[in-house]
Write a protein that binds this ligand. Sequence first.
Ligand SMILES: [Zn+2]
Length: 304
Amino acid sequence: MFQTTIQEVVSAEGVGLHTGVFGHLRLAPAPPDTGIVFRRTDLDQFAIEASGRNVARVSYATSLMKQGVLLSTTEHLLAAIYSSGLDNVFIDIDSIEVPILDGSAEPFLRLLEQAGTRRLRRRRRYLKITKPVEVIEADRRIGVYPADEFRVQCYVDFPHPLVGQQQIEMVVEPATFRDLLARARTFCFERDIEPLRSMGLIRGGSLENAIVLTDDGVMNGPLRFPDEFGRHKALDLIGDLALLGLPLLGRVEAYKAGHALHTQLVSRVLGDPSNWTITTGTERPAEAPALAGAPALAEAPAAN
Ligand SMILES: [Zn+2]
């Protein structure tokens, strides 16, 4: 299995969910062993690696910070890139926040399909979990356990007639992400809108980029899936796991977790090298289907 990047430069633009700042986004091919790297084009191409060591404050979205330079709401774009099996991508952006677009990962996935995939002549390296790592906070928890594939189990439980208990369990590969998670949108509760606004958040939020839940229903239906909320939480989880910096071989179980717990898990895993080993996976015949599952991304010709 070889590393990949994208074939063509692609771009998008839009408003950031929390800052309300309008930004331009450009995805560009990157050489082997680059990983996924944000570059602030408004700050002399300042690079911020999509890595657990650059996680900044995390509450309603995941933000990266390096030497005081901030980049917010990375999770939906990173979920699309990470699930697509792309190892190396430059993400050029001229603002402080990734555009929210429609609140899901689908527009990013479309961009990646438009860009195509290019195989590089360097073996892919996987981060393989070798022992359980867990983070527990009251009734919320998250853990990662040894496995030969990348699997997530995500449980949500919100006291709302349309949400309640929802559970997603899947092997993460391009086809499952595209079919099961990519279209699931961000959501918020109507009663939280004013408090969030007064905290300086969701300034770019609208009925076009987030599902708004009223006390007993949804303000801007229809939902894309009956369990769109649980699916979106799984999407967020995968986007935060991208901060591991390498494709994961492990099973992640998240129970009522969120960005804070996701990123704590990433930091805890990376913080102790006895938690993982790096493998090129050459002995794993199970890898072939992961790429075959994404025809639009896999058909691009091999190149160096
Ligand atoms: Zn989200």
